[in-house]
Write a protein that binds this ligand. Structure first.
Ligand code: OAD
Ligand code: ZN
Length: 505
């Protein structure tokens, strides 16, 4: 949950610390016995079901607040060993709640696939009958518009590798790094600034869901604002966008429209905050006056405000940073508020064009009630979260297929709008080539798995490897039939490889 204060890695560290202590602590067994008596297996099952239904906040309100609920016993009963400092009976509840939340997230991640949904026809029927669809999107749906995604072979991170002297390509979007060296980001920013791009069929599919009054909300991680260009109104920009920019000085926080820093971005300059600049200028002239006076008076003026000292501060201070969420920055409360508002109403989740690597947005599937069916539309499979129907291929091709089966027509692309920024003719031509509607192609079923479907440009190698590994381990363990559920292997490995936007969420 965005409000949790420790992440899954920190939880694991706590457990490891506890394991090392275990042998020395004679009281532990007594505690385990007490915990099992307080939380028998059936009660634990019921509590696990209940967290899937109520979400973390609702669950804590329902079961913990104002109730006789022993958090230490509960944690031990679900198999979480606590280190001694958290096991004592006088440990304050505030110290245990972050651990409880992290454990609840872990329980929630264990979403089980809904076995009744398997085929593209099931997906079509789900979309037909749904009235409140949550669509979670990522960079993959804008790739056909000419904007690279982040983690693919030819994505932004691969293209950044070895450039700009970054330790990790992800540092390009790291707040701490930005504050040290804002010029690096502004050297690069022009290449991702919303430009002459047009929405893809995937964007237009979401718009169509909205037109048919089926869209509850589009949670987008994208900062390209193509949702807006497609006319989607029920959209939440979870990672912000270039639409506005804010001064990085916490004492200032001056905000401007993105268009105001556009020129600086295309000139690859670092856009400075006008308010901070004026303040510095005023301080300088004041200092100039004061210096004259003090010099005349012969006294020291060292204790006066020295604007040059300010210049020695972090180079990123007083810079207009586009309002996109960097690693190390918290998402604002709108994400959590939207989730809480949507969870009682959502009846279908479509995940499209995202690797689900970055928390907390990637955790959307864990926060939504697990009875809600999930359709994944993506070029590559996602193995660390369970989804119910996997439609793998280019999302444009898959949505064209779905529309045809639904008897729907995608809205036509908008006439050319005023473009922001510069783009070469060649690129424009390439983009318009991408805009041609792809042909309808029937998918092929992946091996024996009943719920994975491949379109021609699906990249299913990881799926094949996982299925092969599973079948080998089944063969060696039980001479089994293998290959049914390639997801299982990776289910536990949910640590976002790309890092958490904010580990404290
Ligand atoms: P990623 O690059 O991590 O994932 C994009 C996903 O889209 C991959 O799984 C691809 O297989 C898939 N994909 C690529 N082309 C596709 C196509 N034509 N059709 C369907 N799927 C396709 O991008 P995100 O998941 O969006 O944060 O990344 C999440 C966040 O990480 C971003 O918002 C960004 C980054 O750090 C910020 O910039 C603030
Ligand atoms: Zn400022």
């Amino acid at each position: 949950m965005p409000a949790s204060e420790i992440d899954s890695d920190e939880l694991e560290e706590l457990e490891q610390a506890a394991e090392q202590e275990e042998l020395e602590d004679a009281d532990l067994q007594a505690l385990i016995d007490e915990a099992e008596a307080a939380f028998p297996e059936e009660r634990i099952k019921e509590l696990k079901r209940s967290v899937q239904e109520l979400g973390i906040r609702g669950w804590v309100q329902h079961h913990v607040i104002g109730k006789k609920f022993n958090i230490q016993h509960f944690l031990i009963a679900v198999g979480v060993l606590l280190p001694k400092e958290l096991r004592d009976s006088d440990v304050p509840v505030e110290a245990l709640v972050p651990v409880l939340k992290a454990v609840l997230i872990r329980l929630l991640r264990q979403r089980e696939r809904l076995a009744q949904y398997n085929t593209p026809d099931d997906a079509v029927n789900l979309i037909k009958t749904a009235r409140n669809i949550v669509v979670l999107t990522g960079a993959g749906i804008s790739v056909s518009c000419g904007i690279p995604d982040f983690r693919s072979r030819d994505g932004i991170y691969a293209s950044l590798a070895g450039k700009y002297d970054l330790d990790e390509p992800e540092n390009m979007f790291d707040k701490e790094y930005f504050m040290q060296q804002p010029s690096v980001f502004f050297d690069f920013a022009h290449s991702i600034f919303p430009s002459n791009f047009k929405p893809s069929p995937s964007h237009r599919f979401i718009k169509l869901l909205e037109d048919k009054e089926k869209l509850l909300r589009n949670y987008t991680q994208n900062i390209d604002t193509l949702e807006k260009a497609a006319g989607i109104t029920r959209v939440l920009h979870c990672h912000g966008s270039f639409a506005t920019a804010t001064c990085t000085d916490p004492a200032c926080r001056h905000k401007v429209q993105g268009s105001e820093i556009k020129d600086a971005i295309f000139k690859q300059d670092v856009p400075q905050c006008r308010v901070c600049q004026k303040r510095k200028q005023d301080a300088r002239s004041k200092q100039g006056r004061s210096k004259k006076q003090k010099t005349t008076g012969g006294a020291s003026w060292k204790d006066q405000e020295d604007p040059d000292e300010e210049d020695d501060a972090l180079p990123g201070l007083g810079v207009m940073k586009p309002d996109i969420t960097f690693f190390g920055e918290k998402l604002d409360s709108s994400f959590e508020n939207a989730l809480n508002a949507d969870r009682p109403h959502a009846d279908l989740i479509i995940v499209m064009g995202t690797s689900l690597q970055v928390a907390p947005v990637a955790e959307l599937l864990t926060y939504m009630p697990h009875r809600i069916p999930v359709i994944l539309i993506n070029k590559t499979p996602i193995l660390h979260f369970q989804t119910d129907i996997m439609l793998l291929g280019s999302s444009d091709q898959v949505v064209q297929y779905l529309c045809t089966k639904l008897g729907w027509e995608l809205p036509k692309p908008d006439p050319v709008k005023e473009a922001v920024g510069a783009d070469s003719e060649a690129k424009k031509q390439e983009l318009s080539r991408h805009r041609v509607a792809p042909a309808i192609v029937e998918p092929a079923r992946f091996d024996q798995a009943s719920y994975i479907w491949l379109w021609p440009d699906a990249e299913a190698d990881t799926l094949r490897c996982a299925a092969q590994a599973e079948s080998q381990s089944d063969d060696s363990e039980q001479g089994g039939n293998g290959g049914e559920n390639p997801d299982k292997e990776e289910e536990e490995d949910t640590t976002p490889a790309g890092g958490n936007m904010d580990a404290a969420q």
